[in-house]
Design a protein around this ligand. Structure first.
Ligand code: HEC
Ligand code: HEC
Ligand code: HEC
Ligand code: HEC
Ligand code: HEC
Length: 327
């Protein structure tokens, strides 16, 4: 026992000495070093952030959100996604591109007289956000020059310029928009998304060179995930509110209260990433159930004179998880 206490004292004494030596010698130096590093960091971070983070051209934005590497290992998913309107969400069925062109030319430059836009060069990111909030959320990482290039391409594309349409197809709602940017909704609960992490249904290591980890997204399987863009109604937070997609509103306020329990993913994904709606014959046919009951009879107003009649009872049931059509 005594031996043990003695040893302990000895160790304590050595530790104290060691600690003092360490703190006088190294820590002081280290601290001075850290101060310099911190001052340097303080000086350089804002500069790096403001220039390096924003894409200056559509090509740069496309590179920032490059998903070509995903193709190697997720070939089927990549192929399905490529055929979806998500992949070309600035063009869509050409209607999207034309209406973005219309919003710029007829809206901002003409009817919306207080928009501050007279010419393409007046367009800023904040102007296009009224559409791109959902059609291209990565616009948040782009400069005003990119917004001008998009507006110009939409106008030229709507006038039939194929090269302009191809330019717009370089960016869209891709793997990184869903599996990174939009994968966390409640940031006060779950924190911000991490830039080098992909979010899916489970936690695992991931063999991609850039994204080495997969974390579980709390919303990936929930309807609210799709609801981020498939809208509730007018976007009142915008300076000039727009109303495009309203489908999530109809899902929440009509489908769920009437007993519906499926998520968007259960009806629209079923292990596919193409997310077709009416473009898929089976999905379109499954939308509305029609029951027709027909009964024929003769109406006899007087003897020897009969009029053929029919009674048709038609019952239509909407089997989709929302109004159809909607968006
Ligand atoms: C980042 C925003 C965003 C998210 C998240 C999103 N969508 Fe979309 N979705 C869009 C936009 C924008 C379009 C329309 C593109 C166009 O045609 O211009 C669209 C189109 C569609 C279409 C129509 C496809 C077609 O071929 O007609 C379906 C179906 C669809 N989305 C389902 C979903 C489902 C299900 C989810 C959730 C798993 C989801 N979306 C998540 C923005 C989004
Ligand atoms: C519009 C949003 C959206 C886009 C774009 C998207 N995903 Fe997904 N992905 C989802 C959702 C939602 C799930 C979960 C579906 C479920 O569990 O029902 C999912 C599931 C997955 C899964 C796991 C399940 C499976 O099917 O194997 C992988 C892997 C995946 N996505 C990879 C990709 C890749 C690669 C791309 C780009 C080529 C991509 N995703 C584009 C929304 C998206
Ligand atoms: C070298 C091959 C490889 C590359 C490249 C790759 N992945 Fe994966 N990915 C995998 C493997 C393997 C898994 C794990 C599958 C499993 O465990 O079920 C996976 C899992 C995932 C998951 C999680 C699926 C889930 O179960 O929730 C997502 C999301 C995903 N990958 C998206 C991507 C995206 C987006 C890219 C491109 C940026 C990409 N992957 C590139 C091989 C790859
Ligand atoms: C019970 C199954 C079911 C659920 C749940 C469901 N959908 Fe649908 N959805 C359908 C069917 C079926 C269609 C095809 C209707 C048609 O032909 O237009 C459709 C059509 C669509 C369309 C195209 C509509 C149009 O008229 O342009 C979009 C976009 C869409 N769904 C997105 C979603 C989103 C987002 C959710 C979740 C908030 C969701 N759906 C939930 C079955 C479902
Ligand atoms: C709240 C999110 C949101 C905003 C804001 C938004 N959209 Fe959409 N938009 C969508 C979604 C989701 C769809 C897919 C609906 C579908 O396919 O049925 C869509 C579909 C469309 C379509 C029909 C698809 C096609 O290819 O023909 C057009 C056109 C369109 N949007 C134009 C615009 C324009 C122009 C603006 C800005 C003035 C805008 N949207 C703002 C979410 C939005």
């Amino acid at each position: 026992m005594r031996l043990f206490i003695g040893l302990k004292k000895e160790i304590n004494a050595r530790m104290k000495k060691g600690k003092q030596l360490f703190s006088r010698g190294m820590i002081g130096g280290l601290f001075r070093c850290l101060k310099v590093v911190m001052i340097l960091l303080f000086l350089s971070v804002p500069v790096i952030a403001s220039t390096a983070e924003k894409a200056q051209t559509i090509d740069e934005l496309s590179k920032m959100y490059d998903v070509s590497s995903c193709k190697t290992c997720h070939a089927k998913i990549y192929e399905e996604w490529s055929q979806s309107y998500h992949a070309i969400s600035l063009v869509g069925s050409l209607g999207t591109m034309s209406s973005i062109a219309g919003a710029v030319k007829d809206g901002m430059m003409k009817e919306w007289t207080k928009s501050g836009v007279k010419d393409i060069k007046d367009i800023k990111v904040e102007h296009l956000v009224i559409c791109l909030k959902c059609h291209l959320p990565q616009i948040k990482d782009a400069s005003d020059e990119v917004a001008q290039q998009i507006a110009k391409s939409a106008i030229e594309g709507a006038a039939g310029n194929e090269a302009a349409i191809e330019t717009l197809k370089k960016v869209g709602i891709n793997c990184l928009v869903c599996h990174n940017s939009k994968a966390i909704i409640h940031k006060w609960v779950d924190g911000e998304v991490e830039s080098d992490v992909l979010y899916g249904n489970k936690e695992s290591a991931h063999p991609d060179v850039k994204f080495k980890t997969v974390k579980k997204s709390p919303v990936m399987k929930e309807a609210i995930f799709c609801g981020q863009c498939h809208g509730l109604g007018p976007n009142f937070e915008l300076p000039n509110p727009t109303q495009c997609a309203t489908l999530y509103g109809s899902y929440l306020h009509a489908y769920i209260p009437s007993g519906g329990s499926k998520t968007c993913q259960e009806c629209h994904m079923k292990n596919v990433h193409s997310m077709f709606a009416y473009r898929d014959t089976d999905q379109a046919k499954s939308a509305v159930h029609v029951e027709v009951d027909a009964r024929g009879y003769y109406f006899l107003p007087r003897a020897g004179y009969s009029v053929p009649n029919a009674v048709l009872t038609v019952k239509m049931t909407n089997n989709a998880g929302h109004r159809v059509p909607d968006g």
